[in-house]
Design a protein around this ligand. Structure first.
Ligand SMILES: [Zn+2]
Length: 158
């Protein structure tokens, strides 16, 4: 759980390094997108929670996630899942990179950027008490939620 600025900074620095070593623009562009765009699932969560009534409410979305983070860290940690941050999504991008050679370079960059983003998020999560509450797999989330009955945000804050 790193700030958008930290992801943007690592995306710019990483992109510069990748371009310096490879001179490959599609690979570099894919990496840059992957390093920050997977956080768009935060946008999706906000849209879904507000029944798509506040699509352009950027400040509302930031406040929503700040409140969510506060409740997650300070009050009661809850099980959560960000779909773009899962092994299933990552593997999907990797498989597309392997089986679509015509767009393999940007997809390889996207994969590397997403992987770096997730590693940075996890380093941030290791510093806080709720690291174990983020699921890195859709399968893991469903097992923990339905079999082990771990509480989600909606269970704790109906
Ligand atoms: Zn993230």
């Amino acid at each position: 759980m790193a700030s958008p600025q930290k992801h943007l900074a690592t995306g710019i620095i990483g992109s510069a390094a990748i371009y310096a070593f490879t001179r490959n623009i599609p690979l570099t562009a894919g990496f840059f997108m992957g390093s920050w765009a997977i956080d768009l699932d935060h946008v999706w969560i906000f849209w879904r929670e507000t029944n798509f009534s506040r699509i352009f409410d950027v400040k509302g979305m930031i406040n929503y996630h700040s409140k969510l983070r506060f409740e997650q860290l300070i009050k009661k940690p809850f099980l959560h899942l960000l779909h773009f941050h899962t092994i299933e999504f990552l593997l999907g991008v990797l498989l597309l990179a392997i089986y679509l050679p015509s767009i393999s370079a940007p997809l390889q960059g996207l994969f590397i950027g997403m992987l770096l983003h997730i590693i940075i998020d996890d380093i941030g999560l290791l510093k806080v008490v709720s690291f174990h509450k983020r699921c890195h797999s859709i399968i893991e989330y469903n097992i923990r939620k339905y079999i082990f009955r771990e509480k989600t945000y909606h269970d704790l804050y109906p």
